[in-house]
Design a binder for this molecule. Structure first.
Ligand SMILES: [Zn+2]
Length: 281
């Protein structure tokens, strides 16, 4: 399959896909109750049933501001985890953005759709014995409800959270917590969309009659646009199905550009629903 173009223009904004590498994880956990005979057609598993998942991050810019959405999985993994995830040399988000011409110092804002390690793992770096922001001049934004949940460490998903990805930024005052939906810049909206968890946000950008939506883990792979194909990780699968149906129906009707949390191949796609059959084109 061909890897698609890394950038799209959305009205006054340019959106660039900055994938911070990928990792391999059990396919069954990603696809939940969907039979393997179906998901294996598009996500071929290896001999251990692992499939490739991207650490999908994006830079949005309008000529004045640069916004980084997600920071990937970071590099703080022990040898066993690196071997298990087939990431011997994990990608540093600072290097991933720089490779696309964005100096980390030039990022004004970082948005974490949620605080799972695979989305906020590159938020901080270890420098001279201290933990500091990977994007030194940026303000970071996350949901207060998500932080509360992260700190609760519920046994179901406690492994998804690591203090080092957000506590140092809260201490330094670099991370700002928001309560519910927010418009960050005119046209750039964060919308709390429960399903994957209670407080995960999707990001929509509307400008010049074009719309782009980053679905984050509400739609992890392009093939998950079928609303009932929810992830085994989802804490609220019924809400995920309802929210996916509602938002993807609008995306299909209005021709939005769409991006997905862990799709390893397609950076941007459009969604269509023909006689009840959903697909990404
Ligand atoms: Zn994720």
């Amino acid at each position: 399959m061909q890897r698609s173009a890394p950038s799209i223009q959305v009205g006054d904004f340019r959106v660039t896909s900055v994938r911070a590498g990928s990792y391999w994880w059990d396919g069954g956990t990603f696809f939940g109750v969907v039979p393997k005979t179906l998901w294996a057609k598009t996500q071929p598993p290896d001999e251990l049933n692992l499939i490739e998942a991207g650490f999908n991050c994006f830079v949005v810019e309008d000529g004045k501001q640069r916004i980084l959405i997600e920071t990937g999985g970071g590099v703080r993994h022990d040898d066993r985890a690196k071997e298990r995830m087939r990431t011997p040399d994990p990608v540093r988000i600072r290097e991933a953005v720089a490779a696309h011409g964005f100096e980390p110092e030039s990022i004004d804002l970082v948005i974490n759709t949620h605080l799972h390690w695979d989305h906020a793992g590159g938020n901080t770096v270890d420098e001279g014995g201290r933990v500091v922001a990977s994007m030194p001049n940026a303000r970071y934004i996350a949901q207060r409800g998500e932080l509360d949940h992260a700190r609760e460490r519920h046994p179901r998903d406690s492994v998804s959270y690591r203090d080092v990805n957000y506590e140092p930024l809260l201490e330094s005052g670099q991370m700002q917590l928001i309560d519910g939906d927010a418009e960050i810049l005119p046209g750039l909206r964060l919308t709390v969309t429960p399903g994957h968890n209670r407080s995960m946000m999707i990001v929509t950008l509307e400008s010049g009659r074009e719309t782009w939506c980053h679905f984050a883990d509400l739609v992890q792979f392009a093939v998950n646009v079928t609303p009932t194909w929810v992830s085994g990780f989802d804490l609220y699968p019924l809400e995920a199905i309802d929210n996916k149906t509602r938002i993807l129906t609008q995306a299909a009707a209005e021709g939005w550009w769409c991006s997905f949390g862990h799709e390893p191949v397609k950076n941007f796609g459009k969604v269509e629903n023909k006689e009840g059959k959903w697909r990404t084109i």
